[in-house]
Design a binder for this molecule. Structure first.
Ligand code: ATP
Length: 238
């Protein structure tokens, strides 16, 4: 069976700066896969390119066997890839419910949209309690939940989460990681970018280390966690 997502020899540049260099990885259906690496390694750029917000200079991206790297962002979203971006990018003046509705704009099955909204509120009860409140007044953790909820509302086959634990307390971080596991058990495939390498690898089926724009190590999450090079670089062990 071919992978759900396959990134082959991807390179992406901002003008003369090559941010991603020959990155390759794949995500099988039903898996949680993590990309880890230092600040500036090219992880966010990789996700933005998969979403169609940036164009590769080389390489290709296949989703369900079809090349998508020349498609427009809205077509990629409609084909089943959702992206919860770094920094959340919510619409602060809109309510929780309006933000969730926007996440569903590629759909027109009203009954399905309502049932998925209930699912988001079940996962994150605080969002249900505050569904008519404006998102801009929420705490970092609540905004992060809303960003994930909004991405879930397109009913994606593949959910990409960029730094979902950024700026969150350890309790909230745990909550987000528990939610990732729950989404996986409900059938969503997840591509996760995380600074929090330990927690990310612990819940991942596979991990890839990106260093200076290139994939340098890969393997099952649990094996990477035990790898001395990963421990030295990301967990502060020497
Ligand atoms: P972080 O975890 O800090 O977000 P990252 O691994 O996600 O890091 P990217 O954000 O993809 O890394 O950045 C990769 C490289 O591209 C960095 O050197 C960064 O400075 C550069 N870069 C990112 N965005 C731009 C841009 N809009 N214009 C020019 N250079 C950029």
């Amino acid at each position: 069976m071919s992978p759900l997502l396959e990134v082959r020899n991807l390179s992406v540049a901002y003008g003369a700066i090559e941010a991603v260099r020959d990155v390759s990885f794949s995500v099988d259906e039903g898996q949680v896969v993590s990309l880890i690496g230092a600040n500036g390694a090219g992880k966010t750029t990789t996700l933005r390119t998969i979403s169609g917000l940036l164009r590769p200079t080389r390489g290709e991206i296949l989703f369900r066997g079809e090349p998508i790297h020349r498609k427009a962002a809205h077509e990629i979203l409609a084909s089943g890839i959702a992206h919860s971006p770094e920094g959340r990018r919510l619409f602060g003046r809109m309510t929780v419910e309006e933000n969730l509705q926007l996440g569903a704009y590629v759909r027109n099955d009203e009954a399905g949209i309502q049932s998925d909204m209930r699912r988001v509120y079940e996962l994150f009860p605080v969002l249900g309690e505050r569904r008519h409140n404006k998102a801009g007044l929420f705490s970092g953790g609540e905004q992060q939940m809303l960003a994930i909820g909004r991405a879930m509302m397109s009913k994606p086959k593949l959910l990409m989460l960029d730094e979902p634990s950024m700026g969150l307390s350890p309790i909230m971080t745990q909550r987000i990681f528990d939610t990732i596991k729950e989404l996986q058990s409900q059938g969503t495939t997840i591509l996760l970018v995380e600074q929090n390498a330990l927690a990310a690898l612990a819940l991942s089926d596979r991990g890839y280390v990106i260093d200076l724009g290139s994939t340098t190590l890969e393997g099952p999450g649990i094996d990477l966690l035990a790898d001395q090079r990963v421990r030295a670089a990301y967990l502060g062990e020497g």
